[in-house]
Design a protein around this ligand. Sequence first.
Ligand code: ATP
Ligand code: MG
Length: 443
Amino acid sequence: MVTAVSANLEPIAEYADLETYRHVFFASPDYIAFSRWKDGTYIDVNPGFEQFTGVRREDAIGRTAEDLGSWVELADRDAYVAALRVTGILNGYQTRLRNHCGEIRDVETSSRVSKINGEKVVISIVRDITDRKRDENELRRYREELERLVELRTAELRRANEELRETNAKLEQAHNQLLQTEKMASIGVLAAGVAHEINNPVGFVSSNLSTLKSYIQDLLKVIDIYGQHHEVFEQAPERLKAIEAVKTDIDLDYLMEDIDALLNESADGLRRVKAIVQSLKDFSHAGRGEWQWANVHAGIDSTLNVVNNEIKYKATVVKEYGVLPDIECLPLELNQVFMNMLVNAAHAIDRAGEIRIRTGVEQDKVWVEFIDNGCGISSADLTRIFDPFFTTKPVGKGTGLGLSLSYGIIQKHHGRIEVDSVPGKGTCFRIWLPVSQPAAASP
Ligand SMILES: Nc1ncnc2c1ncn2[C@@H]1O[C@H](COP(=O)(O)OP(=O)(O)OP(=O)(O)O)[C@@H](O)[C@H]1O
Ligand SMILES: [Mg+2]
């Protein structure tokens, strides 16, 4: 490899005598030849030439490279001569020559056309670069192989990294699911506990109320009879007056009329408490992680009772239920979805809104729509609402897990969720669920 080339090519005068140049000529391991420009016959050649061509100096002089069979092809010679003719000087020109064994060797030549004793001659220095070239090729091959291996390894690493990322995402999803299921399980336990606690007092209040009703009816009968025997008190007008005063004071006629209504209203209230207790029980006993045939409306209704507190001050709920068959599902998990839909709808409404729940069936699928007239979702957010932890709610109000978990649950049911939203107008989430699960998923 040439690392530096001097710009000053003038010989240093005191050393530039013939003896010095003769030494260079004879000692050089490269092959050096002087030949006539007009016919290419050698004038002189050095030992380097003899070694390469296998032709002795005295045999070479007067003959040409072509005579010695040095050129592999005459076209190579013509190209070399043509190149030399253009500038009269060649540096590092590469071509091929045959050596003393007849082997084709790669050579690099530096040649120049000069004048000696008035005659045009060519001085050529030729170096065999076959080994160097082979080493270079080998090196290049090694480098390419190395690069290929590095690329292969990088691709493997990238793949492993990708797998790791996927596993991580799955783990995170499973973790979130677990968290939500645990949350739902504790809500379930709480609901079951509350239901149980309310059930007892409701039981005895309800039985007492019906006893009270019959006692009051008896008492009213007694009062009625007193009223019918009004004339008994005519001899004692003072007592009659006192009785009349009390009757007026307490507004006996209205009281007798209202007692019945009060008792009926109380009985109705108790019936409603019982219905709520039943919903809580349904909600908490929806069967943990078991595939079963269940009624979607029952699931929505019991969930509505549980989240009623969250909704009632914000919106009225309008139900437009179709006729649905029971579906094969994980009811507790579907309740989680319904709960999230209802709470999201309530959160989207500022006040006095409406949440419409519609259901229907199409071929072998049922659909449930939760439509609200709340704030709606911007198109930028719409692409992200199913991402875990995406929330637009203030800290503490939303974790951003509801929809991602709902999505996972609906996927597990081989269904899908669609969403339409108009900012400022409202949102509709439509859930599609197959009536029966594909053979592999069902128990
Ligand atoms: N009915 C809706 N109307 C308007 N925006 C909604 C509605 N439902 C969901 N969103 C938007 O989607 C986001 C993500 O909802 P998601 O249920 O996943 O999380 P969250 O309700 O914020 O929190 P979490 O459900 O975990 O308590 C919400 O923060 C809200 O911006
Ligand atoms: Mg939510």
